[in-house]
Ligand binder design. Structure first.
Ligand SMILES: Nc1ncnc2c1ncn2[C@@H]1O[C@H](COP(=O)(O)OP(=O)(O)O)[C@@H](O)[C@H]1O
Ligand SMILES: [Mg+2]
Length: 303
């Protein structure tokens, strides 16, 4: 097991920033760590990488406990922190040589060249880090994280703020790395997870609310149909619950409602009859199926 987290908890005063989180990550796996802002992603990653201690629970990386053998953990982990702190007045190669020195690497030059090649930094390698665009700085951060060839890579929002082309490049790089390593990367973008992950962890308010493959996440909601309706008149949720075969109802802005039913029922004629019987003017009705994005919203929205 590359990474094993058990009942991990971090308290800040009264708040459980991370609340009894348990999961594992395996070699050859890209694990997406998904959740809204403030969910506890960064805090969890900081504990796994030995930057801050937990309040309770345990985390082990390649068999080493983060509390007991932090130096060993750091040896087998590469970390790209959330805001990618870099020395802007260092040159790309100079900075990577500095990092290689910290890791006491042998054959530094060769390894640095390999990383520059792998992260596509070739054309920018002679520049000051401060002169690079955001996407290239991100590549420097990735090169830095992978320099000592760690077993496990922890990437905190590695694609935030990149333009669409850079996004595609960095995503495929992460996917490639994930074939031979264990990668845990955080994001709040669902499509990103769909594009590169094998499995997804969803965290909300410190709690893990899903730990599933993308396919089974989809299946979780594939048995349901959503009909979005809009009435001219203002009505209440209680009234809508009289529509037969309704599972749940969710309010949208502007007098719109999502009426959720089992797929086996076509609820649309019933909605129409309901409107007629109650003297309501139905001005829109549209049937959708749930996307993985909806699953994300559902498991992370406050009840
Ligand atoms: N040093 C700190 N002191 C107090 N609260 C903190 C500290 N660091 C993080 N938090 C709180 O913990 C929660 C989780 O934060 P974080 O892990 O950064 O979330 P995410 O990375 O998912 O956006 C947030 O509510 C945040 O305000
Ligand atoms: Mg964060």
């Amino acid at each position: 097991m590359s990474v094993k987290v058990n009942e991990l908890t971090k308290k800040y005063g009264e708040q459980n920033a991370v609340d009894a989180v348990t999961f594992e990550a395996h070699k050859g796996e890209v694990l997406g760590f998904l959740g809204p802002n403030g969910a506890g992603k960064t805090t969890t990653m900081k504990i796994i990488t030995c930057f801050i201690p937990q309040t309770a629970g345990t985390a082990t990386v390649c068999g080493y406990d983060t509390d007991e053998e932090p130096m060993k953990v750091r040896e087998c982990i590469g970390y790209l922190p959330e805001h990618n702190p870099l020395y802007k007045d260092m040159y790309v190669r100079e900075y990577l040589a500095f990092v290689a020195g910290l890791h006491k690497l042998e054959n530094k030059k060769k390894r640095i060249s390999e990383m520059i090649e792998m992260t596509g930094l070739g054309r920018e390698q002679k520049k000051l880090i401060g002169a690079l665009s955001k996407g290239y700085r991100q590549r420097v951060g990735l090169a830095q994280a992978m320099l000592h060839d760690p077993e496990v890579l922890i990437l905190d929002e590695p694609t935030s703020g990149l333009d669409p082309n850079q996004l595609v490049d960095i995503r495929s790089l992460i996917k490639e790395i994930g074939k031979s390593k264990t990668v845990i990367f955080s994001t709040h973008i669902m499509q990103e997870v769909q594009a590169i992950c094998d499995r997804v962890l969803i965290i909300n308010q410190g709690k893990l609310v899903a730990n599933d493959s993308i396919d089974s996440l989809r299946q979780r909601v594939s048995g349901e149909t959503v009909v979005t309706v809009q009435f001219l008149e203002k009505i209440g949720i209680a009234q809508l619950q009289n529509i037969p075969d309704t599972l749940r109802i969710e309010a949208l802005p502007g007098n719109q409602w999502q009426i959720i039913s089992h797929k086996k029922h076509d609820i649309r004629p019933k909605i129409f009859k309901f409107a007629v019987q109650n003297g309501l003017t139905l001005i829109e009705m549209r049937q959708d199926t749930y996307s993985v994005e909806d699953v994300f919203r559902r498991v992370t929205s406050k009840e």
